[in-house]
Design a protein around this ligand. Structure first.
Ligand code: MD3
Ligand code: FE
Length: 219
Protein backbone atom coordinates (compact mmCIF):
# COMPACT_ATOMS: atom_id res chain seq x y z
CA UNK A 1 0.00 0.00 0.00
CA UNK A 2 1.27 3.46 -0.86
CA UNK A 3 0.84 5.88 2.06
CA UNK A 4 0.71 9.67 1.93
CA UNK A 5 4.33 9.72 3.14
CA UNK A 6 5.49 7.46 0.29
CA UNK A 7 3.77 9.78 -2.19
CA UNK A 8 5.43 12.79 -0.57
CA UNK A 9 8.84 11.09 -0.85
CA UNK A 10 8.37 10.65 -4.59
CA UNK A 11 7.34 14.23 -5.39
CA UNK A 12 9.85 16.09 -7.55
CA UNK A 13 12.05 18.60 -5.66
CA UNK A 14 10.60 22.12 -5.47
CA UNK A 15 11.91 24.61 -8.00
CA UNK A 16 14.00 27.41 -6.54
CA UNK A 17 12.03 30.47 -5.47
CA UNK A 18 12.78 33.79 -3.80
CA UNK A 19 10.96 34.79 -0.61
CA UNK A 20 11.32 38.39 0.54
CA UNK A 21 11.74 38.70 4.35
CA UNK A 22 12.81 42.37 4.55
CA UNK A 23 13.25 45.43 2.33
CA UNK A 24 16.71 44.18 1.33
CA UNK A 25 16.56 40.60 2.61
CA UNK A 26 15.69 37.47 0.64
CA UNK A 27 15.56 33.70 1.14
CA UNK A 28 16.47 31.90 -2.09
CA UNK A 29 14.92 28.45 -1.58
CA UNK A 30 17.05 25.65 -3.04
CA UNK A 31 19.45 28.05 -4.77
CA UNK A 32 22.59 26.14 -3.66
CA UNK A 33 21.32 22.65 -4.61
CA UNK A 34 23.17 22.48 -7.97
CA UNK A 35 26.42 23.35 -6.15
CA UNK A 36 26.23 20.92 -3.20
CA UNK A 37 28.64 18.27 -4.48
CA UNK A 38 31.30 20.87 -5.34
CA UNK A 39 30.80 22.72 -2.05
CA UNK A 40 31.26 19.55 0.02
CA UNK A 41 34.29 18.48 -1.97
CA UNK A 42 35.93 21.89 -1.42
CA UNK A 43 34.94 21.80 2.26
CA UNK A 44 36.84 18.52 2.74
CA UNK A 45 40.03 20.23 1.51
CA UNK A 46 39.47 23.28 3.75
CA UNK A 47 38.80 21.09 6.80
CA UNK A 48 42.00 19.14 6.25
CA UNK A 49 44.01 22.41 6.51
CA UNK A 50 41.86 24.24 9.06
CA UNK A 51 39.75 21.80 11.13
CA UNK A 52 36.46 22.82 12.75
CA UNK A 53 36.94 23.89 16.36
CA UNK A 54 34.76 25.30 19.16
CA UNK A 55 35.99 28.78 20.03
CA UNK A 56 35.69 30.70 23.31
CA UNK A 57 33.62 33.89 23.52
CA UNK A 58 34.99 37.03 25.23
CA UNK A 59 32.64 36.16 28.11
CA UNK A 60 34.44 32.82 28.59
CA UNK A 61 31.80 30.48 27.13
CA UNK A 62 32.61 27.72 24.64
CA UNK A 63 30.47 28.15 21.52
CA UNK A 64 28.14 25.22 20.80
CA UNK A 65 28.81 25.82 17.10
CA UNK A 66 32.19 24.68 15.71
CA UNK A 67 33.77 26.86 13.03
CA UNK A 68 36.49 27.26 10.47
CA UNK A 69 37.10 29.80 7.68
CA UNK A 70 38.37 30.24 4.17
CA UNK A 71 39.32 33.36 2.26
CA UNK A 72 41.73 36.23 2.96
CA UNK A 73 40.11 36.93 6.34
CA UNK A 74 38.63 34.59 8.93
CA UNK A 75 36.32 35.41 11.85
CA UNK A 76 37.62 34.35 15.26
CA UNK A 77 36.79 34.81 18.92
CA UNK A 78 38.75 34.38 22.15
CA UNK A 79 38.87 35.98 25.61
CA UNK A 80 40.22 39.19 24.01
CA UNK A 81 37.26 39.69 21.66
CA UNK A 82 35.79 39.03 18.22
CA UNK A 83 37.83 39.93 15.14
CA UNK A 84 38.80 39.05 11.59
CA UNK A 85 42.37 37.78 11.07
CA UNK A 86 44.40 36.58 8.08
CA UNK A 87 45.81 33.58 9.97
CA UNK A 88 44.25 30.59 11.70
CA UNK A 89 45.13 31.03 15.40
CA UNK A 90 45.50 27.23 15.82
CA UNK A 91 48.12 26.75 13.11
CA UNK A 92 49.46 30.28 12.59
CA UNK A 93 48.94 29.66 8.84
CA UNK A 94 46.79 31.75 6.49
CA UNK A 95 43.21 30.50 6.23
CA UNK A 96 42.67 28.24 3.17
CA UNK A 97 41.96 30.20 -0.04
CA UNK A 98 38.34 30.76 -1.03
CA UNK A 99 37.49 28.07 -3.64
CA UNK A 100 36.29 29.46 -7.00
CA UNK A 101 32.93 27.67 -6.64
CA UNK A 102 32.31 29.48 -3.30
CA UNK A 103 32.92 32.88 -4.91
CA UNK A 104 30.77 32.00 -7.89
CA UNK A 105 27.82 30.87 -5.74
CA UNK A 106 28.02 33.86 -3.34
CA UNK A 107 28.20 36.32 -6.24
CA UNK A 108 25.30 34.65 -8.13
CA UNK A 109 23.10 34.61 -5.00
CA UNK A 110 23.84 38.26 -4.19
CA UNK A 111 23.01 39.24 -7.79
CA UNK A 112 19.73 37.27 -7.62
CA UNK A 113 18.79 39.34 -4.55
CA UNK A 114 19.64 42.63 -6.27
CA UNK A 115 23.24 43.17 -5.08
CA UNK A 116 25.54 43.47 -8.10
CA UNK A 117 29.31 42.82 -7.95
CA UNK A 118 29.53 41.23 -4.49
CA UNK A 119 33.11 40.00 -3.96
CA UNK A 120 33.48 38.43 -0.50
CA UNK A 121 36.92 38.18 1.14
CA UNK A 122 35.75 36.08 4.10
CA UNK A 123 33.80 32.84 4.40
CA UNK A 124 32.94 31.74 7.92
CA UNK A 125 31.90 28.08 8.02
CA UNK A 126 29.72 27.09 10.98
CA UNK A 127 29.00 23.46 11.90
CA UNK A 128 25.97 22.64 14.07
CA UNK A 129 25.04 19.36 15.73
CA UNK A 130 21.61 18.83 17.35
CA UNK A 131 21.31 21.16 20.36
CA UNK A 132 23.81 23.70 18.97
CA UNK A 133 22.53 27.28 18.68
CA UNK A 134 23.56 30.84 17.95
CA UNK A 135 22.11 33.43 20.29
CA UNK A 136 20.68 36.70 19.01
CA UNK A 137 23.43 39.06 17.78
CA UNK A 138 24.35 41.64 15.14
CA UNK A 139 27.22 41.19 12.67
CA UNK A 140 29.32 44.27 13.46
CA UNK A 141 32.93 43.10 13.11
CA UNK A 142 33.21 44.06 9.43
CA UNK A 143 35.01 47.18 8.23
CA UNK A 144 31.99 48.49 6.29
CA UNK A 145 28.28 47.63 6.49
CA UNK A 146 27.73 48.66 2.86
CA UNK A 147 28.11 45.13 1.52
CA UNK A 148 25.50 42.37 1.70
CA UNK A 149 25.95 39.07 3.55
CA UNK A 150 25.22 35.74 1.87
CA UNK A 151 24.45 32.67 4.00
CA UNK A 152 24.25 29.12 2.56
CA UNK A 153 22.61 26.32 4.58
CA UNK A 154 23.35 22.61 4.09
CA UNK A 155 22.34 19.51 6.05
CA UNK A 156 19.67 19.23 8.74
CA UNK A 157 17.08 22.03 9.01
CA UNK A 158 17.34 25.02 11.31
CA UNK A 159 15.01 27.74 12.52
CA UNK A 160 16.56 31.11 11.87
CA UNK A 161 15.57 34.11 14.00
CA UNK A 162 15.31 37.31 11.99
CA UNK A 163 14.88 40.22 14.40
CA UNK A 164 14.87 43.99 14.22
CA UNK A 165 17.35 46.73 14.99
CA UNK A 166 17.09 46.38 18.77
CA UNK A 167 17.53 43.12 20.67
CA UNK A 168 14.01 43.25 22.12
CA UNK A 169 12.26 43.60 18.71
CA UNK A 170 10.10 40.57 17.98
CA UNK A 171 11.95 38.12 15.69
CA UNK A 172 10.43 36.29 12.71
CA UNK A 173 11.14 32.54 12.64
CA UNK A 174 12.32 31.28 9.27
CA UNK A 175 12.87 27.60 8.48
CA UNK A 176 16.10 26.99 6.57
CA UNK A 177 16.62 23.74 4.73
CA UNK A 178 19.44 22.05 2.83
CA UNK A 179 20.29 24.25 -0.19
CA UNK A 180 18.61 27.45 0.99
CA UNK A 181 20.45 30.77 0.75
CA UNK A 182 19.69 33.99 2.63
CA UNK A 183 20.96 37.37 1.43
CA UNK A 184 20.84 40.59 3.49
CA UNK A 185 22.01 44.09 2.82
CA UNK A 186 21.03 47.73 2.95
CA UNK A 187 18.79 48.63 5.84
CA UNK A 188 18.51 44.96 6.91
CA UNK A 189 22.27 44.50 7.28
CA UNK A 190 22.40 45.26 11.02
CA UNK A 191 19.32 43.35 12.12
CA UNK A 192 19.60 41.08 15.13
CA UNK A 193 19.57 37.39 14.16
CA UNK A 194 20.27 33.96 15.57
CA UNK A 195 19.63 30.23 15.24
CA UNK A 196 17.39 28.21 17.60
CA UNK A 197 18.83 25.00 19.11
CA UNK A 198 18.81 22.40 16.32
CA UNK A 199 16.41 19.49 16.68
CA UNK A 200 17.81 15.96 16.32
CA UNK A 201 17.61 14.96 12.65
CA UNK A 202 19.59 13.08 10.00
CA UNK A 203 20.43 14.35 6.55
CA UNK A 204 21.23 11.76 3.84
CA UNK A 205 24.50 13.51 2.85
CA UNK A 206 25.60 15.17 6.09
CA UNK A 207 24.20 12.98 8.87
CA UNK A 208 23.24 14.81 12.09
CA UNK A 209 24.96 18.04 11.01
CA UNK A 210 24.15 21.47 9.66
CA UNK A 211 26.80 23.43 7.77
CA UNK A 212 26.41 27.16 7.17
CA UNK A 213 28.68 29.18 4.91
CA UNK A 214 28.52 32.93 5.60
CA UNK A 215 30.12 35.13 2.94
CA UNK A 216 31.16 38.66 3.83
CA UNK A 217 33.28 41.49 2.62
CA UNK A 218 35.06 42.00 5.95
CA UNK A 219 38.19 43.97 5.07
C1 MD3 B 1 20.49 38.93 9.42
N1 MD3 B 1 25.46 32.62 11.16
O1 MD3 B 1 27.90 33.39 11.92
S1 MD3 B 1 24.37 34.02 8.78
C2 MD3 B 1 27.01 34.24 12.06
O2 MD3 B 1 23.23 30.02 10.36
C3 MD3 B 1 25.61 33.83 11.74
O3 MD3 B 1 25.24 30.05 11.16
C4 MD3 B 1 24.19 32.11 10.73
O4 MD3 B 1 24.71 34.56 12.00
C5 MD3 B 1 24.22 30.62 10.75
O5 MD3 B 1 27.21 35.41 12.41
C6 MD3 B 1 23.87 32.45 9.32
C7 MD3 B 1 22.97 34.84 9.13
C8 MD3 B 1 22.97 36.31 9.04
C9 MD3 B 1 24.08 37.05 8.77
C10 MD3 B 1 23.98 38.42 8.71
C11 MD3 B 1 22.79 39.07 8.92
C12 MD3 B 1 21.79 36.94 9.25
C13 MD3 B 1 21.68 38.32 9.21
C14 MD3 B 1 22.67 40.45 8.85
C15 MD3 B 1 21.48 41.06 9.07
C16 MD3 B 1 20.38 40.30 9.35
FE1 FE C 1 25.53 36.58 12.44
Amino acid sequence: MQTTLDLFDSLPPEPPRAVQIGTHAWVLKGFALPYVEQLLQALATIEAQAPFRQMITPGGFTMSVALTNCGALGWTTDRRGYRYAANDPESGQPWPAMPAVFLQLACAAAAAAGFADFVPDACLINRYVPGARLSLHQDKDEHSYDHPIVSVSLGIPAVFLFGGHTRSDKAQRIGLMHGDIVVWGGEDRLRYHGVLPLKPAEHPLLGARRINFTFRKAG
